[in-house]
Each structure stands twice: as C-alpha cells, then as structure tokens.
Design a protein around this ligand. Structure first.
Ligand code: PMP
Length: 318
C-alpha cells in the first residue's frame, strides 16, 4: 500500500485508475463541488480471520443514489454496479487494515450553481482511517474516547433550504461552522438545533439520549441525515437489548437532563457524550446502555459476533 493514507487505486467513471492519474482541472474545484454528493463507508478487519468486510454497503449506496437524484444529477450506474465496483476497488488495493471508502459524485460546470451537465461523474477511493472503537471490558466504567459537547450557536440546515437528508458536500459548510466554533471554545463536538430550537444532530453524526432506560433520538424530520448507524443502533437496541427507542422531537433541555447520551455515525462510530455545555450527562461517565451498544456495535462491524451477517460484505477471504 502507498505510504500516504490514500490507497493507490481509485475507481473513476467505470475504471480502476492510478491515484496520480485521477485528476480534473483545478478550475473545477469550486463549480464542481456545488452539486457534489458523497458517502462515507467503513470496512473492518475481523481480528481472527483477517477478513475485511464493508459495513452496510448497500444501505450507503442506496443513500448515495438518493442524494444524486435529489441534487438532480443523473447517474449511469445501478446500485448493483456500484456495489460490484466498490468491492473491486477494495480488492484492487489489497488493504491489510480497516479502511474508509468514499464514493463521490459531481458534475463538471462552468458556473457556480447552474450545472451545465447533469451527468454525474462518480469516483470512489479508499483511505486508511483508523477505527477508534475499543471494546469496553465488562464492569469497566470508561472508554478512552468520550465527548464533551456543546450546543452550537449555529442552526442546522432545513429541508426546504439545504436538505440535510442529502449527503451533499455543500451541507458540510454548516457542519464546519459548528465544529470550528465548538473546538475554538474548548469542546470536542457541537450539537446543532433546528430553527425551532429542537435538537437535530452533530456536524457529522447523529445523537441519542437515554432517559429512564429508554432511548430517544431526533426523528428523520428533525433536520438530520438519515443515518445508517442510527438505524443500526436502533435495531440493535430493540432486538438485542430489548430497550425501547423513540424517534421524536427532542428539546434542548433534554440534553441537560439525560441519564446517558452518545453520538453515532460511520466515521465517529459510537462515542459517549459525558457533558453538554459543561453539565455532566448522568454522573459524567459513559452510561451502561451506551457501553452495551458500543460493545455490540464493535463486535458486529468486525464480524466477531456472527449475527447480522447481511450487514457485512466480505471483500477478502484470506
Ligand atoms: N449526520 C451527518 C451530518 C453526517 O455527516 C453523518 C455521517 N455520514 C451522520 C449523521 C451519520 O450517518 P451514517 O451513520 O450514515 O454515517
């Protein structure tokens, strides 16, 4: 593998291409970005078999095609074709570690905002992005990775303006404002509210609370990305922990009165939130339900727990 975090082969408009040859003209950076959409997908190694499996591949590709459609680009590829291409791409790079795969669709354009061509170019590439998800031993109170979060002064985008449901590059300027502010003020992560003051999500992740033994998470009409990890966690909570999950509007002050809270998403995985605006969540340590879910998620993404095999697409069989 290449020494950089990027693996040497990318998939671009139907062809496996060397990283250094996958280029477009520098003047396209701005205009081509405006309507671009993307996905972020992880593949995890099983520590025993050393098999690499892509997690929730088809769910991500389905959302990718939906994002392309909603920004009114046309895509030449079906879900099955993108699935096969992504598996080929990962195999071509022969990763010996966990990887992160980014499908990206864009249209070349001469102007900002009005696409001169509606045909989507699709590029997919593989990077090494280490998983921070560590199994927490039974009885241990902590994880190394926790979040001290803050409610952002920036408001989450709304559906009729810059639809958060679409994984559009342009939406991430809103995320950037919120993240930058949170970091500048000494926090790990931001939590964005809707214009009505209800909790939406983090800049690149969804949020769940536990109150009185039940999980609550903002609904898909609360200005969130329809997160695949959120769906995964909800299913695990219901089916494996027998914990009820409600999707509903969430008040800001429920953040301050929750027993437990955590972020979830492909990139962030599951990270316990231990304080919000310097008020401890619960006793200031990751909660029991959060840690249960974190351990279950850890074992399932790596196939250590053989359950939910349909969520894993094995791409290597050494
Ligand atoms: N919200 C936003 C804004 C995101 O960028 C992400 C990461 N894709 C998520 C939520 C989590 O989505 P997923 O679980 O599908 O990665």
């Amino acid at each position: 593998m290449a020494e950089s975090t990027n693996f040497p082969t990318v998939w671009w408009d139907g062809k496996l291409t060397a990283w250094e040859h996958a280029t477009i003209h520098v003047t396209q950076i701005g205009p081509a970005s405006v309507s671009s959409v993307f996905e972020g997908i992880r593949a995890y190694l099983n520590p025993r078999t050393q098999q690499l499996a892509v997690f929730q591949l088809d769910a991500h590709l389905k959302r990718f095609l939906q994002s392309i459609r909603l920004v009114r680009l046309e895509c030449d590829y079906t879900l099955a074709e993108l699935h096969a291409a992504l598996v080929d791409l990962v195999r071509a790079n022969q990763p010996d570690r966990d990887v992160y795969i980014r499908p990206f669709a864009y249209a070349e354009s001469r102007t900002f905002g009005s696409a001169t061509s509606a045909l989507a170019h699709v590029v997919m590439h593989v990077t090494a992005w280490e998983s921070k998800l560590q199994r927490v031993p039974n009885g241990s109170a902590g994880t190394e990775v926790v979040s001290h979060a803050t409610v952002s002064s920036w408001t989450r985008l709304t559906d009729n303006q810059m639809a958060p449901r679409v994984k559009a590059s342009a939406n991430y300027l809103n995320s950037r404002y919120a993240s930058e502010e949170a970091k500048r003020n000494g926090y790990d992560h931001a939590i964005l509210l809707t214009p009505q003051g209800q909790v939406a999500e983090g800049p690149g992740m969804c949020l769940m609370l536990v109150r009185n033994g039940k999980i609550i998470t903002p609904s898909v009409t609360s200005g969130i990305l329809e997160s695949i990890t959120r769906d995964t966690v909800m299913q695990l909570a219901r089916e494996k922990l027998d914990v009820s999950v409600s999707e509903r509007e969430l008040d800001r002050t429920e953040l301050y009165t929750a027993d437990e809270a955590f972020f979830c998403g492909t990139g962030i995985e599951i990270v316990p939130i231990v304080s919000v605006d310097r008020l401890n969540v619960g006793d200031g340590n990751p909660g029991e339900i959060t840690l249960h879910l974190l351990n279950m998620y850890h074992d399932i993404v790596r196939g250590i727990d053989a359950g939910y095999a349909e969520w894993r697409t094995v791409v290597s069989d050494q």
